[in-house]
Design a protein around this ligand. Sequence first.
Ligand SMILES: Cc1cc2nc3c(=O)[nH]c(=O)nc-3n(C[C@H](O)[C@H](O)[C@H](O)COP(=O)(O)OP(=O)(O)OC[C@H]3O[C@@H](n4cnc5c(N)ncnc54)[C@H](O)[C@@H]3O)c2cc1C
Length: 483
Amino acid sequence: MTDQERSPRVIEFTDEVALLAALPVQAQDMHMPVVIVGAGACGLSAALFLSDLGVESLVLERDLVPSGSSALSSGFVPGAGTAAQLAQGLEDTPEAFARDIQAKAKGLAAPHLVAAYTQAIAKALDALSQNHGFHWHVLDHFLYPGHQQYRMHALPSRTGQALMDQLQRACQDKDIPVLTQSRVLELWVVKDSKRVGAVGYKRPSGDMEFVRLEALLLACNGFGGNAHLVAECIPQMQQASYAGHLGNDGSALLWGRALGAQTADLGAFQGHGSWALAQGVLVTWALMMQGGIQVNGSGQRFHNECLGYSEAAIEVLSQPKSKAFNVFDEPLLALARTFPDFCELERMNGVKRFDSVLALAQWIGCPALALEQTLEGLRLSKRGAPLGSGFEDERVFDRRLSLPLYAIEVTGALFHTQGGLEIDETCRVQTLAHQALPNLWAGGGAARGVSGPAVWGYLSGNGLLSALASAYIAARSIKQFLH
Ligand SMILES: Cc1cc2nc3c(=O)[nH]c(=O)nc-3n(C[C@H](O)[C@H](O)[C@H](O)COP(=O)(O)OP(=O)(O)OC[C@H]3O[C@@H](n4cnc5c(N)ncnc54)[C@H](O)[C@@H]3O)c2cc1C
């Protein structure tokens, strides 16, 4: 088989009869009402929501063990108006959440998806809790950049792996078939109608197997793992480390293009300006939101840290050697230690302690005076005096960074892409003429997100918001389509 044949592709047939006739005999009886491509947070939760509605689905996953970017994530899902918020006495509304999303995206996030997702996410989180035993807790000790309310939901162990483990357990409990080591490569389509009649997936033996279907949901995330597509759509990140799941190779985008689907916001992505490259660990941005700073190799701050971690990736990458140093102190260390990723980083010796500014300056390799001035300037700015360095510090703190200081060397990384297939408010994939394709849905990172057209539009949590909200919406839309 050539490389060309191995990449995701669409195979067209003149009609349903020709499509059926071309299938291997043993595949002609293989039929599922719904097939879902990808067993990440979007795919598995969609299967659960379909099961809640009494609809059978088959999930096809390329990896041996489903993980996706969802398992790599912190597993924090923003939702407004949930039972968990109510239980913690936190008031919030979908409208307030939508305002925060649009404020971050400068009003350029797809309005139909912002409205649909902010309305659906509380129902999705509550359904996972009521029907499948998820215990959500809302992080209520600091606000993520751009959020005006405490709305970040996490499971008790606060990791994306825990989220994926629980989704998989829930699927097992409901006997939902999740066929792993099944990389979907082919969409078999009727030429004129663009109806997908079957998909072909490659098994470990190298053989292709096929399943016929009524409805297809693409939940195979974006194109962060496809260097060609990254270079084409987000050239500013082509040299950056990719911290997401390597298997997210742009299958959905490639199939969509071949089907004549509309795409949108392809230049949007979630970056992160706090990726400990040597250890491959995400350093929580809570450090920055609570008073930590980033300095470059000259010991100077170079951006306003509280604008957001996504755009911070570009700022860090534009510093000498594409690196920066997160600097914080003892009280912030205590906060960071409530995050499992951070504890892992400490175990890997990625967090350094310094008893003097001079020692920290020597480690960074910058003049001690420059670092001293940065810390003095920070103290002034925290009292509200202007920094005069081209950016303002909007944060207000009632204390200063004090010795001992701690530091972590970080770089900017690409986490996941935010552009993708254009979908309507029911997650149906749209054609170039803004019509819905007959039986194709997309969700999570496979679809256009709610972050506008560029990196600065990413509000914390937009990734898992899209994954779970689109799963909930698509399940309902597919149920209606089938009946
Ligand atoms: C380090 C990191 C931290 C993050 N932290 C957060 C956070 O705290 N909050 C947040 O909201 N977002 C976060 N994100 C983003 C978030 O992880 C993603 O937005 C989200 O996981 C996307 O879910 P998904 O189901 O669409 O994709 P994924 O979880 O990536 O799942 C896609 C699945 O599809 C499979 N697949 C791909 N192609 C095929 C194919 N052709 N055939 C079969 N299977 C296929 C993949 O193997 C994968 O299992 C983070 C991302 C990273 C990398």
